[in-house]
Design a protein around this ligand. Structure first.
Ligand code: MN
Length: 212
């Protein structure tokens, strides 16, 4: 793990962000967001952790408790029109946030969609690959599949979780420049605009409507 990656220590909260940090995040126009779950099925699996990082690299980690159905401070930020929420593969996170906490995240930017539209010279669109290409840093994805539902997360899990939101705002700026240069920004914007509907359809299991 590089020096830089281990330097972000997130503030840890249970259930929701504090009023104090919510007020601070509210002033920003960008928030990087990532979620960790027990698995990939939004009906079966619990949403365990939400990580948030602002433009000043202030990272927070919120542990979502078993049975929890609301997080008002997170909801306020995630539905606030003046703040762009940046995800990597937002489709999955948005589905869990909707299914588990009733949050309709908006507006959204997804670095995976942006990468697929801009970086047609490769088929590698993982966060790890983007971080390698643009920042020449190696991300350790070793803790991706670990028990995010446990009460006390390990130091390694906290660092991993914070690392996942660390690069997203910078990536948004880089990928937006590429999208503008390649004349594809409009496609990206329209895809983000459709994400909320896609998430609702995912929850209804209306899959692959564009397929043959
Ligand atoms: Mn993650």
């Amino acid at each position: 793990m590089s020096q830089k990656q281990s330097s972000i220590r997130p503030l840890v909260f249970q259930g929701d962000l504090s009023e104090e940090i919510t007020k601070e995040y509210e002033k920003d126009d960008h928030l990087a967001v990532d979620c960790e779950m027990m698995g990939l099925n939004p009906r079966r699996d619990r949403l365990c952790v939400i990580q948030i990082c602002d433009s000043k690299n202030k990272a927070s980690l919120v542990q979502i408790l078993p049975g929890q159905t609301q997080a008002p401070n997170i909801q306020l930020l995630f539905e606030k029109k003046s703040i762009i929420k940046i995800f990597h593969f937002g489709r999955m996170d948005l589905t869990f946030l909707k299914a588990r906490l009733g949050i309709s995240v908006n507006p959204v930017f997804c670095t995976k969609i942006a990468s697929k539209l801009a970086r047609t010279y490769t088929d590698k669109h993982g966060l790890k690959e983007l971080v390698k290409e643009f920042f020449d840093e190696s991300m350790d994805k070793g803790k991706q599949s670990s028990d995010w539902g446990k009460k006390i997360l390990s130091k390694e899990q906290l660092e991993y979780a914070a690392g996942d939101v660390k690069y997203l705002i910078a990536l948004k700026h880089i990928l937006t420049e590429m999208l503008v240069r390649e004349g594809r920004l409009e496609y990206a914007d329209k895809c983000y605009g459709f994400l909320g509907t896609l998430v609702d359809m995912d929850l209804l299991e209306l899959k692959d409507i564009f397929e043959h």
